[in-house]
Design a binder for this molecule. Structure first.
Ligand code: SF4
Length: 345
């Protein structure tokens, strides 16, 4: 993994939830790099740690969650051109509520949440909320901030934008609210957009429009996008590079071509087998992954996937945890079928 030019380099990140019943290791040693202009997809079932990883990057993990290890190296903006001369800072070392972290959150790294309705206040107009966010991060007048907000509404394709700016979130349809939240996220020209299941709350037609919009905006602005989803179909359409997570660990990383045409990890292979295709015989049950995800308090010893893995090696996979290793040009896998490296105890 080359992190020389990465915008974001996460190294061995660990986020634990310290509960009365025990410790939930929601993220248990995650490593990845995101580069400028890249669409980086993170995929996995519920509870795999994908959203917690992103909350850690934004430093918005709620108690009792805590970052207990690792680094989140961020290429901080010192020049507008985003050249490689920008300083690298470790966001883990920042106070989550400090001005420095608040300046990065929103202005450099912005979030498109799952449910836009919950993200807008119902008692302020959408325009006022976007203008407030712009004034917080940019040294411009209120009039200029309104012009920026108006331009953003035009860019994301909101019809009659002047009128919509003065409306409340509950007056907009689900699709328009999703466009408005994208406009808000882009209003300070962030280098990295984190889109957390951004199409979960909208219908399939709106989903296709939102995905097209995100791709167009990313190409125009050369921003990176981290796209979190449990939907492999969306990942295939959107991502350049994919990371597959399971029980707080990375199972596999690779280009979208590697993951969809030459998946190596048994978990990735099983996920892909469970996607319906148009060439399938009708009324035949889809293959499923046997067993269920273990309870987070009872994580299995060894490879976390071994109780469900058809290729598990007794005495090895149930005793040692495989490390994430490079096995191709850009493909990394944590599985003993391909190498013998293990995570240090
Ligand atoms: Fe299966 Fe063993 Fe590979 Fe884990 S390490 S995915 S149990 S073969």
């Amino acid at each position: 993994m080359n992190n020389q030019t990465a915008l974001l380099s996460v190294r061995d990140l660990q986020v634990h939830f310290l509960m009365d019943e025990g410790v939930v290791k929601a993220v248990d040693g995650v490593t990845f790099d995101v580069h400028a202009g890249q669409i980086f997809g993170i995929v996995g079932e519920s509870g795999c740690g994908k959203s917690v990883t992103m909350k850690a990057v934004l430093r918005i993990v709620e108690p009792p969650g805590k970052i207990v290890g690792g680094e989140i190296l961020w290429r901080h903006r010192s020049k507008q051109d985003g050249s490689a001369g920008d300083p690298v800072v470790d966001l883990v070392k920042f106070d989550a509520n400090s001005k420095a972290m608040r300046d990065i959150r929103g202005a450099e790294i912005a979030l498109i949440p799952q449910e836009p309705m919950a993200s807008f206040s119902p008692v302020h107009t959408i325009g006022d909320q976007i203008i407030e966010a712009i004034l917080l991060h940019q040294d411009v007048s209120k009039r200029a901030a309104r012009q920026i907000a108006l331009q953003m509404f035009k860019d994301v394709g909101i019809p009659i934008p002047e009128q919509r700016l003065d409306e409340y979130s509950w007056q907009l349809s689900g699709g328009l609210r999703q466009r408005a939240i994208i406009a808000m996220a882009l209003s300070c020209n962030p280098r990295l957009l984190i889109a957390d299941e951004p199409t979960t709350a909208v219908d399939v037609t709106t989903q296709a429009q939102v995905l097209r919009l995100l791709r167009r905006l990313q190409a125009q602005r050369n921003a990176a996008i981290i796209f979190i989803t449990h939907d492999l179909g969306v990942i295939a359409q959107m991502a350049d590079y994919v990371m597959v997570m399971y029980l707080g660990l990375v199972m596999e990383q690779g280009t979208v071509n590697d993951i969809f045409h030459a998946p190596k990890h048994p978990y990735t292979q099983a996920l892909l087998r469970s996607i319906p295709t148009i060439t399938m015989t009708p009324r035949i049950s889809l293959p499923t992954i046997s067993g269920s995800i273990p309870h987070p308090f009872n994580k299995p010893r060894g490879c976390p996937f071994h109780p469900r893995c058809e290729k598990a090696i007794t005495g090895k996979c149930d005793a040692r945890t495989p490390a994430l290793q490079l096995i191709g040009e850009k493909q990394l896998v944590s599985c003993f079928l391909y190498h013998d490296a293990e995570v240090a105890a």
